[in-house]
Design a protein around this ligand. Structure first.
Ligand SMILES: Nc1nc2c(ncn2[C@@H]2O[C@H](COP(=O)(O)O[C@H]3[C@@H](O)[C@H](n4cnc5c(=O)[nH]c(N)nc54)O[C@@H]3COP(=O)(O)O)[C@@H](O)[C@H]2O)c(=O)[nH]1
Length: 860
């Protein structure tokens, strides 16, 4: 221990020091060299030792362990060595091993020599320490409470935040700790509000009251928030000393309340202004209703509350019955919907539609909400509609009866129309004369037949049928007979084919038969033979026994064509072939026929060119007057000098010319050329002879024939008597009346007329008599076999006799031999034409034409 600054006698000073040392209220200890050198009693007792036990103990016994001892040494050593006092609070160990808190202050006895020892003042602060621990614990608990509180809590002193919990700052969206030290002004909307609130709060604090209010505060982002705040001063005597504030954010609650209030207001608005009546009833007593409901029933709105709903009913029975009906529905959880007649306040009845639902509320009562609509107008409209409907029903019944009759009439009309349509269809598809399918229907049927045949792999036969010389019948017996003959043919044809086959008439005397589903051409052969048999027998029509033999061409699908047009063409070609080979027969199509048809076609074209190109010329054959031994005339016969084929005989091209109509220009040219040539010969001084020209049937039918003759005679300057026209018997017998008129015109001109090829046609004597004919030319067919066939001689005799009795000339054609000449002469024939006298010769050999007789005379 060091000596103080007072200067006392050493002994007294020592006594005084010892007294202080022993009576000090704190423990005093001197340590040196890690040992306890000296201590006062209080110090030893503080550690639980007697002084004698305590002194001279190592300092380590005061510490909990070596580490605590070293730690304190490391801490205190440098401080003490620097001569500074060292102070700390630490736990030291009692003799019984228990630790207790001590406040320690130490100082080197000699600051210049710290190793000389240290003086320690030790104070037992265990009780202080307990108090501090309790305080710290309660502070921590308070902080925990503050931090977990759902309300914002703040402590304010002089309107400055000194403390607040996290929630408080969260309410204002402020970072943690940002409010501490800040004025509460920043939370207010305005300075004026801040001041006013302060005055109110401090006056309440001063009165010892807790301040409570609800107010809009400002958050960090400027938005406003409704807060419920309560504050109380720590010391009401000094409000500025501090106050604590509890803050609750009730913006959401307030908004919910606001919305609820608005909803309620809206509901009220709807309730009051609804277009329907709304009523709330409890146990059938009106609790509340809107204006419209009162209106509907004729009451004031405030008149109805508390009254029984019975007032709405017309009578007690309705009230009871309706009540039971409603109950049964709503008690099962359903909604009652009904329309009833009810009572207005003024007593009149009207209709309402009511919708009622139970409001689940009090268990001991039946609460109902009702919606009422006045549907009187609708009911009245419905009743009116019902009445109108009944009237309509009545009218419908009446109208239905009318319509039924109209319908019957309509159906009759429809039926008639259908029949008319069928008739039209039939007319359009059938030949009016025979009733057979016409060309259109034939086309359809044939197409169908081909399609079926294709599917069933069958054959189909197409038969093209033309009646031989049908024209003669028409021309000689008239169209009415011709028509009957056609009907007869149609009926015969139909009778020989199956029902599935098609017999059609194309027009004129042309028929086409389609044999469906034939297995081989033999089937067609059988049918063709049947047809020939059926038509071979004479038909008795109007007293005439008529023969209508056919020429039949047959084509087979698919061999001769695979479509309608091709098959028809092939059958047509085959039919022409049948005609060419002698008529009254049938021919199957062969490719060669096509070639022939093509040849025909080519020839026709070339003949046209021949007419224009001057390739036609005439040969002349003399006609002999045997008793006078003179040439009594000559026949002009046309020839075609083809540059490629040379001279073509008329037998090859006249039929084509006749068929195509080219015979008209050809015939005209022949007439003109023959007359021109005769004139030339006359001018050359040759004998004046009549010239004969063949007139084809078509030429004869030309309307302007007479004019043409007149013109050519005029042009050539030839007298009509020097022209003789040869007309075949067939031509003559066509359209008798017209023919006779025309012949008479021609004869009147002075032109002579001869009947060519006489004996081959069907001339009847009665007709012949009426024609102004001058000559009959016996067909060369009778002359040819005269020597071998006595029948021909008989015919020639008959012709000569006929001509004589009619006062006509007779000329025998085709006389080739002297034998024929002798026989003919013996039969009374005097005029001849034939190779025996001269072949037809070109005009360059005029001598031969004009003087053929010397040779023959010698032979005869
Ligand atoms: N419409 C027209 N028809 C004409 C014309 N020119 C000729 N024809 C007709 O062509 C057929 C064939 O005529 P063609 O080959 O000239 O034969 C004629 C004579 O040559 C032939 N004839 C005469 N004498 C004999 C004979 O002794 N033997 C024999 N085998 N044939 C002979 O006869 C034909 C004359 O016949 P026809 O007219 O009946 O007097 C023929 O039908 C001609 O009519 C023409 O310009 N227009």
């Amino acid at each position: 221990m060091s000596s103080g600054p007072l200067s006392l006698p050493p002994k007294k000073a020592a006594l005084e020091l010892n007294a202080i040392f022993e009576n000090a209220t704190i423990g005093i200890l001197f340590s040196h060299n890690r040992r306890l050198i000296q201590a006062n009693r209080l110090c030893a007792e503080m550690f639980g030792y007697s002084l004698s036990e305590f002194v001279d103990q190592p300092a380590l016994i005061l510490y909990a362990d070596q580490e605590a001892y070293s730690a304190l040494g490391r801490e205190a050593g440098p401080v003490l060595a620097a001569g500074h006092p060292f102070r700390t609070e630490t736990q030291l160990k009692r003799k019984d091993g228990s630790l207790f808190w001590c406040r320690v202050s130490a100082k080197a006895v000699d600051p210049h020599h710290p190793r000389d020892g240290t003086l320690w003042m030790i104070e037992d602060i265990a009780e202080d320490r307990l108090m501090i621990d309790a305080l710290e614990r309660s502070t921590r608990e308070l902080s925990a409470i503050l931090d977990t509180a759902s309300a914002g809590i703040a402590v304010v002193r002089n309107r400055i935040f000194v403390r607040c919990n996290r929630r408080f700052e969260e309410i204002f969206d402020l970072p943690t700790g940002s409010l501490l030290g800040q004025s509460s002004r920043r939370l207010f909307n305005s300075e004026e509000e801040f001041q006013r609130t302060g005055e109110q709060v401090y006056s309440e604090f001063a009165a010892g009251r807790v301040h409570r209010r609800e107010q809009l505060f400002v958050r960090r982002d400027g938005s406003q928030t409704w807060l419920r705040v309560s504050g109380s001063a720590f010391d009401p005597g000094n409000p500025h000393a501090g106050s604590v504030w509890l803050t609750e954010d009730f913006t959401a609650t307030r908004e919910t309340e606001e919305r609820a209030r608005q909803a309620f207001d809206e509901q009220q608005l709807i309730f009051d202004n609804a277009a329907v009546g709304i009523l709330f009833a409890r146990d059938r007593m009106v609790q509340r209703c809107n204006r419209r409901l009162a209106e509907i029933f004729g009451y004031q709105q405030d008149e109805l509350a508390g009254r029984s709903t019975r007032v709405f009913y017309l009578n007690e029975e309705d009230y009871q019955r309706n009540g039971a009906a409603v109950l049964s529905v709503v008690m099962a959880g359903g909604t009652y919907i009904g329309e009833n007649r009810v009572r207005h306040k003024d007593g009149h009845a009207f209709w309402v539609r009511s919708t009622g639902r139970r409001v689940v509320g009090q268990a001991d009562s039946i609460d109902m909400t009702w919606i009422f609509e006045d549907v009187t107008e609708r009911h009245q409209a419905e009743e009116a509609l019902l009445r109108a409907h009944e009237e309509l029903e009545q009218r419908v019944v009446e109208r239905t009866a009318e319509l039924a009759s109209a319908n019957t009439q309509l159906q009759e009309e429809v039926f008639e129309r259908m029949q008319a349509e069928q008739r039209i269809w039939h007319i359009a598809h059938h030949d009016s004369l025979t009733g057979l399918p016409n060309r259109t229907l034939l086309h359809d049927r044939l197409e169908q037949a081909l399609a079926q045949a294709l599917r069933g792999r069958h054959r189909v036969a197409v038969m093209f049928l033309d009646l031989d010389r049908f024209k003669n019948v028409n021309d000689t017996l008239g169209h009415a007979i011709g028509d009957e003959l056609l009907k007869h043919v149609a009926s015969r044809l139909t009778s020989v084919v199956r029902a599935v086959d098609t017999v059609s008439r194309l027009g004129g005397d042309e028929f086409v038969i389609v044999l469906h589903e034939v297995s081989s051409p033999d089937d067609a052969v059988q049918v063709a033979e049947k047809i020939l048999g059926a038509l071979g027998a004479a038909a008795s029509i109007d007293g005439h026994q008529l023969h209508a033999t056919p020429s039949i061409g047959i084509s087979i699908f698919p061999d001769d064509g695979d479509e309608v047009f091709g098959l028809m063409k092939s059958a047509d070609t085959a039919m022409y072939h049948a005609k060419a080979v002698g008529r009254n027969n049938f021919q199957f199509f062969a490719r060669a026929m096509n070639e022939q048809a093509e040849h025909f076609f080519t020839l026709e074209n070339r003949l046209r060119q021949a007419i224009d190109g001057g390739q036609l010329l005439l040969h002349y054959q003399p006609l002999i007057d045997w008793p006078r031994r003179t040439v009594c005339g000559m026949e002009a016969l046309v020839r075609w000098s083809d540059p490629e084929r040379g001279l073509i005989e008329p037998g090859e091209f006249i039929p084509i010319a006749e068929e195509t109509g080219l015979i008209v220009p050809v015939g005209e040219w022949v007439l003109a050329e023959a007359l021109r040539q005769n004139r030339e010969w006359q001018q050359e001084g040759r004998p004046l002879l009549p010239i004969s020209v063949n007139l084809s049937p078509r030429q004869f039918r030309q309307k302007d024939l007479v004019e043409t003759l007149r013109r050519i005679l005029l042009e050539t300057g030839q007298p009509a008597r020097l022209l003789e026209l040869e007309i075949t018997e067939t031509t003559l017998m066509q359209d008798i009346d017209e023919t006779r008129d025309k012949l008479e015109e021609i004869a009147a001109m002075g032109v002579r007329l001869a009947i060519d090829d006489f004996g081959t046609g069907y001339s009847s004597l009665s007709y012949l008599k009426r024609f102004p004919v001058h000559k009959l030319k016996v067909d060369q067919g009778f002359v040819r076999d005269l020597t071998v066939d006595p029948e021909d001689a008989a015919i020639v005799t008959a012709i000569i006799g006929l001509a004589r009795s009619l006062g006509l000339d007779t000329l025998a054609e085709g006389v080739e031999t002297a034998e024929q000449l002798d026989i003919l002469r013996g039969l009374g024939c005097e005029k001849f034409q034939g190779y025996l006298f001269s072949r037809p010769l070109p005009p360059t050999l005029a001598d031969g034409i004009f003087s053929p007789l010397p040779n023959q005379r010698s032979q005869a």
